[in-house]
Design a protein around this ligand. Structure first.
Ligand code: ZN
Length: 309
């Protein structure tokens, strides 16, 4: 059985801290045959039962699911040689600590090929197959929302390494006069502690989307993001940086102005040091929003499943 495009049907799971977004299909747009959300809650077994039941229902309508892709919140174990590969590990969400996500899905759906990666690497892969990173072997995907995550590809391979990148916790210089302590339970004012949606809310006393376009929190937000992007550019040398997640929509400031501010501030931090046109005249194509929008994650899970087939 196969989807409209003639490609195999994948069961996709974008496992997030607040909800699991599931889909059945072979790609974005028309190739996404069905989708459903489930609250993450605090009972992994019950949630996986509900997801598996929904997949079975979809199979009756669209045909056999031939592979599964899971893009998960973490930390996760991505070491295929490890006995806990496919597990969510030391997450602060206690009910989900050391949950065997891949095994749990396999026990319910049978011995299917299952692709597994971080949520952010999943979204990166979706953008590479169908979105803003098409044709690129070196790029970074960031999500800035309730947390900050970063992933992507170097030399055509997903970034894994010892564990997986945790770019959200990088250390940034303090902007003079900013004494906000930050909200990261581990580091206080790391990037995530300063720039997530909840951090903006704690700093300004109101949700980011409600802040006026000229609220000083936006200046600080985009300046700290610019520091982080400059660090990433120096350390990894990506050909493009995609910024997804909810914060970049920027409420009353608007996504376009948010990106303009980030781009200008990145150029300010780099101060002309890197002589690539991509970072000067080409900056609008270098720092971009995701082309798949909010579907990047779930499409990425489809891409993970397809690679495993
Ligand atoms: Zn941190």
């Amino acid at each position: 059985m196969s989807g409209k495009s003639g490609e195999s049907i994948i069961g996709a799971i974008e496992a997030g801290g607040t909800k699991f977004v599931c889909a059945v299909g072979s790609g974005p747009g028309e190739q996404l045959l069905a989708r459903e959300s489930f609250p993450t809650g605090d009972d992994p077994g019950a949630l996986l039962d509900a997801v598996a039941g929904w997949f079975r229902k979809c199979e009756a309508e669209f045909g056999c699911i031939e592979g599964v892709g899971i893009a998960s919140f973490g930390p996760v174990d991505l070491d295929t040689a490890s006995p806990t590969w496919g597990y969510i590990t030391s997450t602060p969400k206690l009910a989900w600590q050391y949950t065997d996500l891949v095994g749990g899905v396999r026990r319910r759906l049978g011995d299917l090929p299952i692709g597994f990666d971080t949520d952010v690497n999943g979204a990166a892969l979706g953008e590479r197959d169908w979105g803003a990173a098409r044709g690129l072997d070196d790029f970074i995907y960031l999500t800035i929302g309730t947390g900050i995550g970063g992933g992507g590809m170097i030399g055509g391979r997903m970034m894994h390494g010892l564990l997986h990148p945790e770019m959200g916790h990088m250390v940034l210089p303090r902007i003079a006069g900013d004494d906000f302590a930050g909200v990261c339970p581990f580091h206080g004012g790391c990037w995530e502690g300063l720039c997530t949606g909840p951090a903006m809310n704690a700093r300004a006393g109101a949700p980011a989307e409600s802040l006026a376009a000229d609220h000083p929190a936006w200046e600080l937000e985009t300046q700290y993001i610019a520091y982080a992007l400059a660090n990433i550019i120096y350390a990894v040398s990506p050909r493009r940086i995609i910024i997804g997640g909810s914060v970049r929509k920027a409420g009353r400031l608007g996504e376009e102005r948010f990106f303009r501010m980030v781009r200008e501030k990145v150029q300010g931090v780099l101060n002309g040091y890197l002589g690539s046109p991509a970072l000067s005249t080409g900056i609008d194509d270098f720092i971009v929003p995701p082309l798949l929008g909010d579907d990047a994650g779930v499409c990425g899970a489809i891409a993970l499943g397809q690679r495993e087939l």
